[in-house]
Design a binder for this molecule. Structure first.
Ligand code: GDP
Length: 365
């Protein structure tokens, strides 16, 4: 179970980028996530994709397979060790994945329904992405709904489009141009991904269908391109822990646990951690670092596998005492010297400085 974590730290020491998905309701965020996670039923086709807590890890081998149809000559070279995709779509997971105002989500997919164009929550998402300076690509989803679209399952978009009749191609162009105009009205210049000459200046639009899988190979390749070309600095491996609480959950037999995304560094069983709580800072020792059991391990009777140590980037569940008042979105810090009261106090002050900000985000329910 540690293999994924180890892979994530290899390859010139770039870590895996973390990707979030957001956009208006019903644009197909959930379906797109399902579709990229999907593996061929045949043995081995999964290519090491691992389900994690709150996230799915795609090692580079899996990405290579899934982009094969648009990289037949293998001219595109993968430099990242993999990609960690956050499973929960939407605003909340994105805003929770923050640290000191900057986002722990390295790259985002903004999903737009090609039949609807920009909708209210699309605009909200764009504002969030702009505020956090998060690079993103746009999945122009539901292309299979273009009138009389003939699908070729999991094909590259460009090839699929070239095989459509003229009327379909015209409808596509028409909707594409409308979308580009709508983006420019919001202050973003957008281009169809294979017509985009500058990823620094233009947002790439990648047409997709979460139903037929068309365009998804292009989307994955584009995510990797953007991270490799534009953000290697953020993806340098650090010894310092960068970790954010995604969810606080009570689990039978474990008590209150926190699901975290470890975006950099290493966590060990027994580490003293400090995080932000509604009733003051929480300092506690990690009792267990848990990741989901794989199918073949299900005989072990527990849903979870215990890890002595985990390495970024990955999602992991932490069991520890005293987590009842932990707050989603809180940073998690690790104490270097457990006997150093001053250090602990300093870290406690540090995490609690986020309290106001975090509380203002908790919507009254
Ligand atoms: P979310 O609210 O953004 O997570 O959207 P969902 O993934 O739940 O999808 C909303 C609806 O749109 C569902 O009925 C999906 O089956 C449908 N849908 C999603 N993606 C596509 C697509 O690519 N093509 C078509 N035709 N329908 C889609």
């Amino acid at each position: 179970e540690l293999e994924a974590a180890r892979n994530a730290a290899s390859k010139d020491d770039l870590r895996s980028p973390i990707c979030c998905i957001l956009g208006h309701v019903d644009t197909g965020k959930t379906k797109l996530l399902d579709k990229i996670r999907q593996t061929n039923v045949q043995e081995g086709e999964a290519g090491g994709i691992t389900q994690q807590i709150g996230a799915t890890y795609f090692p580079v081998e899996a990405l290579e397979k899934k982009t094969d149809v648009v990289n037949k000559d293998k001219s595109f070279e993968f430099k990242v060790p993999g990609l960690l995709v956050i499973d929960t779509p939407g605003h909340e997971s994105f805003t929770n994945l923050r640290s000191r105002g900057s986002s722990l989500c390295n790259i985002a997919i903004l999903v737009v329904d090609i039949m609807h164009g920009l909708e209210p929550q699309t605009l909200e998402s764009m504002k969030l992405l702009r505020d956090r300076k998060t690079p993103f690509i746009v999945a122009l989803n539901k292309i299979d709904r273009l009138y009389s679209w003939k699908p070729i399952a999991n094909n590259g978009f460009r090839d699929s489009l070239s095989l459509q009749n003229k009327a379909v191609q015209n409808e596509f162009r028409d909707r594409l141009e409308k979308t580009k105009l709508a983006f420019s009205e919001q202050g973003f210049n957008a281009e169809l991904f294979y017509e985009n000459k500058s990823m620094a200046k233009y947002v790439s639009l990648v047409p997709t269908s979460a139903h037929t899988g068309e365009g998804i190979p292009d989307m994955l390749k584009l995510l990797v391109t953007l991270t490799q070309e534009r953000m290697t600095r953020q993806l340098m491996y650090l010894s310092e822990v960068e970790c954010t609480v995604l969810e606080v959950k009570v689990i039978e037999g474990l008590g209150t646990t926190i699901d975290v995304v470890l975006s950099n560094g290493i966590l060990n069983e027994g580490d003293r951690i400090v995080l932000c709580g509604t009733e003051g800072a929480i300092s506690t020792d990690i009792r267990a670092l848990l990741t989901p059991a794989e199918m073949k391990e299900l005989r072990v009777k527990s849903q979870y596998v215990h890890n002595k140590t985990v390495k970024a980037a990955l999602g992991v569940k932490i069991a520890a005492n005293g987590l009842d008042n932990a707050i989603a979105g809180s940073r998690l810090l690790v104490v270097k010297d457990k006997d150093n009261e001053d250090e602990i106090e300093e870290l406690e002050e540090d995490v609690m400085s986020d309290l106001e900000n975090l509380m203002s985000k908790i919507s009254p329910s």
